[in-house]
Design a protein around this ligand. Structure first.
Ligand code: NAI
Length: 245
């Protein structure tokens, strides 16, 4: 299978795209660690994978808590011995709040989860990947990291930040055999935006529909696998064509 012998941490793996990624990774042979704030849903997701014959562990993690992140890495190493893939997927949305509608605390909330936690966890995982001679990091950005209008002020800025950080990582750690890329989903039907979906028109999307979590998960599997071994610092839109026009 495409991810045999790989150990993958997926943040926000209890719901939406993260859950689909966890299931797809496990189906391709990876041992998966689901790191999520929602312990009940994380346990459910891991149990579902195990009952389908895969290998998965749930670790209750608040990605904004550095001790939680240290515990996540330690538990993964204790259980599976290594970390080959990190999918920085956990994220929160700002419901299109403009700059004037965004309080400082809301800006910090969005940035702590969407950006700073990615920096903190990546820094905890990178030394092991460097020591073992390779690894793969997949950052879930957004089309809101490429264009305006697909989120509010804080969300758009946070996703642009993740793309800049991905480029830095890719340029710096490629020499260590670490493959680092970003996925830029368009509107994907998940609990994160379920409440807004009815108000989002599909006529600006050439394929005239929203995406599915499993479609993003397929791309994440490809980027994490050895098939993508010459992909580095790519920002791959998966948006039904939204950003081409
Ligand atoms: P979701 O809301 O379905 O799932 C997000 C998961 O992250 C949840 O399980 C939640 O418990 C977890 N989470 C939230 N805060 C956390 C924290 N502090 N620590 C640990 N876990 C936490 O969201 P969805 O839609 O699957 O989004 C996943 C990623 O994709 C996010 O980074 C989001 O910004 C991005 N994205 C989503 C799009 C969409 O249309 N749904 C479009 C583009 C990007």
């Amino acid at each position: 299978m495409r991810l045999d012998n790989k150990v993958a941490i997926i943040t926000g793996g209890a719901s939406g795209m993260g859950r689909a990624e966890a299931e797809a990774f496990a189906a391709e042979g990876a041992r998966v660690v689901i790191a999520d704030l929602n312990e009940v849903m994380a346990e459910e997701a891991a149990a579902g994978i195990r009952s389908a014959g895969g290998t998965a562990l749930a670790v209750r993690t608040d990605v904004t808590d550095e001790q939680n992140l240290e515990n996540l890495v330690a538990r993964t190493i204790a259980e599976y011995g290594q970390i080959d893939v990190l999918v920085n997927n956990a994220g929160v949305f700002d419901k299109y709040a403009t700059s004037l509608e965004t309080a400082g605390a809301q800006w910090d909330f969005i940035f702590n989860i969407n950006v700073k936690s990615v920096f903190n966890l990546t820094n905890l995982v990178l030394p092991g990947m460097i020591a073992q001679g390779g690894g793969s990091i997949v950052n879930i950005a957004s089309v809101a990291g490429l264009v305006a209008g697909k989120g509010g002020a804080a969300y758009t800025a946070s996703k642009h930040a993740i793309i800049g950080y991905t480029k830095h990582l890719a340029a710096t750690y490629g020499k260590d055999g670490i493959k680092i890329n970003a996925i830029c989903p368009g509107t994907i039907s998940t609990p994160l935006i379920a409440a807004s979906l009815a108000d989002i028109p599909t006529d600006a999307i050439p394929l005239r529909r929203f995406g599915e979590s499993a479609e993003v998960a397929d791309l994440a599997v490809f980027l994490a696998s050895d098939e993508a071994k010459f992909m580095q610092g790519a920002m791959v839109p998966i948006d039904g064509g939204f950003t081409i026009q």
